[in-house]
Design a protein around this ligand. Structure first.
Ligand SMILES: Nc1nc2c(ncn2[C@@H]2O[C@H](COP(=O)(O)OP(=O)(O)OP(=O)(O)O)[C@@H](O)[C@H]2O)c(=O)[nH]1
Ligand SMILES: [Mg+2]
Length: 322
């Protein structure tokens, strides 16, 4: 199928075409698709869900999806699998836990693995959410295991971030160290049915109080059990309340503007990087001789103002590459 047909299919809200479009974007071949969908961007609420491995993110998400479906809303989910040996089963696990929604046309679930994503996991994931948004889902959710920078980047491209923690194993301290408390709008203490949940809550509340006043917005704390359903409705309502507040305060618009700026930066960076590689490759012997600083000055000069017609242009890809 050509990009054009895929694009038409997505615009006609055909889910098979949506799957193709996502694969193209994941493979770094989604330029035409993304350009062709640009006019449909910017409507859905983007929710990021992250937290420690096994905290119950997928289980919780599955109950939230159930709640939203009850309201008649459609949901697009992207699960980012870091392909680490420790979470080798994550993908399959997520499929199984989300299974109850697999026959529902109003729910679309897709995974992206870092090994599959050409040109960076965060970039691929964010662009895949752009595609899901253009398709017209009311809610967009990205689940990541909150450890690496790529995962944090994905969360920073969301409208609202949920950090899910579980009792035991010093989850609160870990989350703080990993910088998760900084990006959380809502802190969800899952597995309230297990021992240690109350202790985790007081531990976290203490940590939040210790943080300097005025540093960011204090996250709200919710204690839930995705297993029994306890507290899930309150959480769902809390999500919408927080979204409305961020909207009223102008924060959502700020976040969306930042998201667009970051996208521009990513595109420029990757385009520059391609040119840099090509130029260095083409002039390898010359650059292998002088000092690295001298070489760098020459390369920068050539990249930023290519002398037209000169042999220095050799290896520079065409300007319209982007
Ligand atoms: N007791 C209890 N177990 C839960 C709860 N929520 C999830 N679990 C269990 O915790 C385990 C991990 O749940 P997942 O939903 O896969 O957790 P996850 O955070 O998505 O895991 P990864 O994606 O692998 O990081 C599963 O065995 C769930 O059944 C809960 O509220 N209470
Ligand atoms: Mg999961």
């Amino acid at each position: 199928m050509r990009s054009e047909e895929v694009l038409e299919g997505v615009r006609a809200r055909d889910q098979r075409s949506l799957g193709r479009a996502l694969s193209l974007v994941e493979a770094g071949e989604g330029e035409e698709i993304l350009d062709g969908l640009a006019d449909l961007a910017g409507q859905g609420a983007r929710l990021g869900v992250t937290g420690s491995p096994g905290a119950g993110k997928s289980t919780l998400l599955s109950s939230l999806v159930g709640y939203w479906r009850g309201l008649g809303e459609t949901v697009g989910v992207l699960a980012v699998d870091p392909s680490s040996p420790f979470s080798g089963g994550a993908l399959l696990g997520d499929r199984i836990r989300m299974q109850e929604h697999s026959l529902d046309e109003g729910v679309f679930i897709r995974s992206v693995a870092s090994r599959g994503a050409v040109g960076g996991l965060a970039e691929a994931a964010i662009e895949m959410v752009d595609v899901l948004e253009a398709f017209g889902f009311d809610r967009l959710v990205v689940e990541t295991v909150g450890t690496g920078q790529a995962e944090i980047d994905v969360m920073e491209a969301c409208d609202l971030v949920l950090v899910v923690l579980q009792p035991g194993a010093g989850d609160g301290i870990q989350a703080m160290k990993a910088g998760l408390l900084e990006i959380a709008d809502l802190l969800v203490l899952n597995k309230a049915d297990l021992e240690g949940s109350a202790r985790l809550e007081s531990e976290l509340r203490e940590m939040l109080e210790l943080r300097e006043e005025g540093v960011g917005r204090a996250p709200e704390v919710y204690r839930v059990s995705a297993k029994t359903g306890e507290g899930v409705q309150e959480l769902a309502e809390g999500i919408d309340r927080r979204l409305r507040r961020l909207e009223d305060e102008g924060v959502l618009e700020e976040r969306r503007a930042r998201r667009r700026r970051e996208a521009v930066k990513r595109l420029v960076r990757s385009s520059l990087e391609k040119r840099l590689d090509a130029l260095i490759e083409a002039h390898a012997p010359k650059l292998g001789e002088g000092s690295p600083r001298e070489g760098a000055r020459w390369v920068l000069g050539t990249l930023l103002c290519p002398p037209s017609g000169s042999d220095a242009r050799a290896g520079l890809p065409a300007e319209e590459e982007m």
